[in-house]
Design a protein around this ligand. Structure first.
Ligand SMILES: [Zn+2]
Length: 414
């Protein structure tokens, strides 16, 4: 009786982890036993895989089948292991060559009729496959576009299990009459190496100090604090920091696109520009750094800002525990969340820009306008909301003042 194995992947947080799927056929009562910390969706794949194999004109082994998912300690979620389980069972039964599947990753959910559906996190799984020196990925037609974005991977794809098995056997089959699954417009299908023209530093009149601070922060990768009264241009400047940053490399582009996908964001193209995230000051700690429930941990804003800019407008209005939660990602470039069922490391290497009024009335530090009416104690208390340990990590601080008419008319950037 046979034994076969194939690789697959499960996504935890924003990273995919390789899972080895082994199938063993032994004499005994017909049935399939799944071992290895599988959740409900994975357990249900028993029925999906059996129906898909039967409806693809293939033989379901009438023996006792054991499918092992390892590493056993890694929680397996979702239906993305279906295709790997089906191929491992078919290889153990000798219907496809087990040697052909050695070192291959299979990704896909199976429909009862045998069609191969896309899975969440196909791009993240492909990046992990490339990191683990897996050279070939077997998947459905939709996910093949995602896998094909990673240059080191070879892709074998088919619309359904029948065509896929035929391709693995080297047979020629008629493809299904109608495309079983059309490629949706929401999936990234290529690189778009263009700059967002909407935010340009040339749009900012005056504010030479702010522009200089922005350039220094961009050149050195420093975190930046902008202080100034309301309407002086803090947000306008902060939004333009991304414009000064270079395009992302190929690997970084795929990495941030995979993170955006897993958080529910969709993009027609691979994101080649650094992301810009500006959460509202009512954001919770979980929204900011991620985590939350044990069953479906969320991706935080700091991870969506990975390799880009995190802008906190009205920074003094954020809850102190939300601001303090930023210290770990600022220091480590990521953060680790531990729960009973999992341990996730989220990437979060961003440039922080905070903007704040200098005092409750907003007029302190600016002699060009109404005078500040706050007491020294009020001013200390107001800026004291930004904790010392957080401010210690911000290297560049600029005070923005109201530009004069002369500055507005002599804009050297135009
Ligand atoms: Zn004041």
């Amino acid at each position: 009786m046979g034994l076969a194995r194939v690789q697959s992947a499960v996504v935890i947080g924003v990273r995919a982890h390789v899972v080895e799927v082994e199938a063993h056929l032994a004499p005994g009562l017909p049935g399939l036993t799944l071992v290895g910390l599988a959740d409900t969706a994975v357990n249900e794949s028993r029925d999906r895989v059996r129906a898909a194999v039967a409806n693809s004109g293939l033989r379901w082994p009438g023996t006792r089948i054991t499918v092992g998912l390892s590493p056993a300690g890694l929680p397996k979620r979702g239906p993305g292991l279906d295709l790997a389980i089906a191929l491992a069972v078919l290889a153990a039964d000798g219907q496809v060559s087990a040697e052909d599947l050695a070192g291959v990753m299979a990704l896909g959910e199976l429909g009862l009729d045998g069609r191969i559906r896309p899975v969440a996190g196909a791009l993240a799984a492909s990046l992990t496959a490339a990191d683990c020196e897996i050279e070939r990925v077997i998947t459905g037609c939709v996910d093949a576009r995602q896998v094909g974005l990673v240059p080191s991977l070879r892709v074998t794809s088919a619309a359904d299990l029948r065509c896929l098995v035929a391709e693995l056997r080297g047979e020629v089959v008629e493809p299904p009459e109608t495309p079983v699954e059309s490629v949706t417009d929401s999936l990234p299908v290529g690189f778009l190496p263009t700059r967002d023209p909407t935010a340009d530093l040339a749009d900012v009149m005056g504010q030479e100090v702010g522009k200089r601070a922005l350039e220094v922060a961009a050149a050195g990768g420093h975190h930046l604090a902008l202080l100034g009264r309301a309407g002086v241009g803090k947000t306008l400047l902060a939004e333009r920091l991304v414009d000064l940053l270079p395009d992302l490399g190929e690997r970084e582009s795929l990495e941030i696109t995979a993170i955006a996908q897993l958080s529910g964001g969709v993009s027609r193209h691979v994101m080649t520009r650094p992301p810009f995230q500006a959460p509202h000051h009512t954001a919770s700690r979980v929204a900011m750094v991620g985590g939350g429930s044990d069953r479906s941990p969320t991706v935080g804003v700091v991870s969506l800002a990975h390799r880009g800019v995190l802008f906190l407008d009205e920074a003094t209005e954020f809850e102190p525990n939300v601001l303090d939660a930023l210290r770990e990602p600022i220091d480590a470039g990521g953060l680790t969340i531990v729960r009973a069922a999992f341990r996730i490391t989220y990437p979060a290497r961003f440039q922080l820009v905070i903007a704040a009024n200098p005092c409750p009335c907003g007029n302190a530090l600016d002699t060009r306008g109404p005078a500040c009416t706050c007491t020294p104690a009020q001013r200390r208390k107001y800026l004291g909301r930004l904790s010392g340990p957080l401010m210690d990590r911000i290297d560049v601080r600029a005070v923005l003042t109201r530009p004069t008419l002369a500055e507005l008319s002599l804009n050297p950037w135009r």
